[in-house]
Design a binder for this molecule. Structure first.
Ligand code: GRF
Length: 200
C-alpha cells in the first residue's frame, strides 16, 4: 500500500475528503501521518479521532529551510511515498523539495496560473473572471508554479462572495485531489516539459 503524509495548517476538509475516499474504496493508499505547522489546527483533532498519526510541528519563528528539514526528519521513519499539502500555509523549503522530488502535491483554489498566493477567491471576484476552480500541482520552489496534474472549473455567479465561491470550489477540490493522488501513485503518467500526460 502506498503511503501518504498530509501536511495541513487548519480546517482540514481536504484531508478529511482524502481519508473518506480511502475508507470508501475510491483511493487505494494509506495515510501514515498528518503533520500540522499550527498546533491548534482542527485537522490534528480530526486525525486523532480517525486513529491516524497526528504530528504537531509548530513552524512559528522557524526559517523555511530549517522547518523543511524538521519535516523531513519527522517523516523519515515512515517511508512516505507522496506528500500532500492540504491547506498547508507555509512555503516548502529546499530540504523537503530535495528529499521528495516530484513527490509533493498541493491543492490550490484557483485555475493556475491565474491567482497564485492568498485570498484567491476574492482576487478572482475582483478580476471579474467568469470561471474559477482548483488546481492540483506538483510543488516546486516557486509559489504555486509546479506542473499541473489536474484542474476542475466552476462558474462564478453574479451574486458570489468570496465565501460562496470558495464553497463551490471546495466541492471540486475534494474530488480532484484524491483523483490526482491516485494518478500520481499509479505512475500512469509521463512528464513532457511542464505537461503531465496520462499513459493509456
Ligand atoms: C483549500 O481551499 C485549499 O485549496 C487551500 O487551502 C484551503 C484549505 O482548506 N490551499 P481545508 O483545510 O482543506 O479545509
Amino acid at each position: 500500500m502506498k503511503k501518504l503524509a498530509i501536511l495541513v495548517s487548519g480546517r482540514g476538509s481536504n484531508f478529511e475528503a482524502i481519508a473518506r475516499n480511502i475508507r470508501e474504496g475510491r483511493l487505494e493508499a494509506e495515510i501514515v501521518a498528518v503533520v500540522s505547522n499550527s498546533p491548534t489546527a482542527k485537522a490534528l483533532e480530526t486525525a486523532e479521532s480517525l486513529g491516524l498519526r497526528a504530528i504537531s510541528l509548530p513552524s512559528k519563528g522557524i526559517e523555511t529551510d530549517t522547518y523543511a528539514a524538521m519535516v523531513v526528519e519527522a517523516l523519515a521513519p515512515l517511508q512516505v511515498d507522496l506528500i500532500c499539502l492540504a491547506g498547508f500555509m507555509r512555503r516548502v523549503g529546499a530540504p523537503l523539495l530535495e528529499a521528495y522530488a516530484q513527490r509533493i502535491l498541493n491543492i490550490h483554489p484557483s485555475l493556475l496560473p491565474s491567482f497564485p498566493g492568498l485570498h484567491v477567491q476574492q482576487q478572482a471576484l475582483d478580476y471579474g473572471v467568469k470561471f474559477s476552480g482548483c488546481t492540483v500541482h506538483f510543488v516546486d520552489a516557486g509559489l504555486d508554479t509546479g506542473p499541473i496534474v489536474m484542474q476542475a472549473a466552476v462558474p462564478v455567479e453574479d451574486g458570489d462572495t468570496a465565501d460562496t465561491l470558495a464553497a463551490r470550489i471546495l466541492v471540486e477540490e475534494h474530488k480532484i485531489f484524491s483523483q490526482a493522488i491516485a494518478l500520481v501513485l499509479s505512475g500512469a503518467y509521463r512528464v513532457d516539459g511542464r505537461r503531465i500526460i496520462r499513459k493509456d
